[in-house]
Write a protein that binds this ligand. Sequence first.
Ligand SMILES: Nc1nc2c(ncn2[C@@H]2O[C@H](COP(=O)(O)OP(=O)(O)O)[C@@H](O)[C@H]2O)c(=O)[nH]1
Ligand SMILES: [Mg+2]
Length: 321
Amino acid sequence: MLEINKDKQDSDTDGFFQRLRNGLNKTREGLLGGLANMVSGSEGIGDEELEEIESRLLMADLGIEASTRLMQGLTKEMKRRKLSSYDDVLSCLRRQMVEILMPVQAPIEEIFVIKKPFVVLVIGVNGVGKTTTIGKLTNYFKGFDDKVLLAAGDTFRAAAIEQLESWGSKNEVPVVSHQSGSDSAAVIYDALQSAKAKECDVVIADTAGRLHNKDNLMQELKKIRRTISKFDDELDLEVLLVIDAGTGQNAISQLRVFQEAVGVTGIALTKLDGTAKGGVIFALAETFGIPVRFVGVGEQIEDFRAFHAESFVDAMLDIEK
Ligand SMILES: Nc1nc2c(ncn2[C@@H]2O[C@H](COP(=O)(O)OP(=O)(O)O)[C@@H](O)[C@H]2O)c(=O)[nH]1
Ligand SMILES: [Mg+2]
C-alpha cells in the first residue's frame, strides 16, 4: 500500500479514521475489490481495465460527471507515463478524488459569526438522521465550549420531540419544545428568544422530514426561514441538509429540491457505514459545490466528524497502512 498521510494515523487518537475506513468497506469493495489482481496480471493498464474502473465508479454512485472527470484524469496520466501497477492507479485516483472534494471542505467552525446566536437549521427527508446528527453536532459545538440550545422544530410526532429531548439531556443542553402538532416556526422563534436571553452561542433547530406532502414541507421550511429573519435578519444561518449516503443518486434530487425551496449552505452526509454508495459524495461535490460539513458513520455520538477531503479519500481507498 501507499505511504501517504502517515501522520494522520498517528493523530487518530479516538480511532475515527479507522471507523470511517471500516464504514466505507462496502464502497471500497465495490470500487477496488479484485482490481489489484486484474491490474497486476496485465500489461499495465489498458482499455479493458479502464472500462472496468469506470463501471465501478458508476456503481459506487459517483455519478457521470465525477466519474468522467476521474477517467479523464487517468487517461491523461496514461499518456504521460505508463500506469503499470495497482498503486499507480490508486495514487492517480487519489489525487483526482481529493481535487474534487477539496473545494467542498469548509468546516462549520470557520464560518465567521457576527451576531450570536449562530443558527443551524437542520433539514432533510424523513429518517436520514437529522435528529441524530443534531445530537452529535451538539457535542461537536460543546467541544469548542459553545453554549448550545436545541429547538424541537419537528412537531409532527411526539416521539420526535422526545428523541430530541433525550439528546438534549445526554449533552446537558436546554431544549425548547412545544406540544406535538404545534407550529414549528413558533417553536423556533421561542428558542431564539430563549437563546438570546441565555446568551447562547448556537441554536440548532430540528425540523420535520415528512408533512402531508412535499409542498407542505417546503412551505413550512420557508416559513421557518422567514421567521428566523423576522426575529433578527442579521443572524448567521446555516441551512444544513442531512443526506443519507445510502440514497445514492437520489441524493442529487433531494439536494436540488431543498436548495430551490430554502437554499442549502452545508451538507451532513450520514450512514456512510454499511452502504456501497458512498461515492455519492463526489457527485454532490461535482454537481453543487456546497460545503460538506460533516460525515456520519454510525448511531453513536462519536461516529461523526467534520469532513476532511484527504482523510475521506484515504479512508475510502484504504491508503496509508
Ligand atoms: N448506521 C447509521 N445509522 C444512523 C446514522 N445516523 C442516524 N442513524 C439512524 O437512522 C435512524 C433515523 O435517524 P433520525 O435521526 O431519527 O432521522 P430523522 O428522521 O432524519 O430525524 C435512527 O435509527 C438513527 O440511529 C449513521 O450515520 N449511521
Ligand atoms: Mg427526526
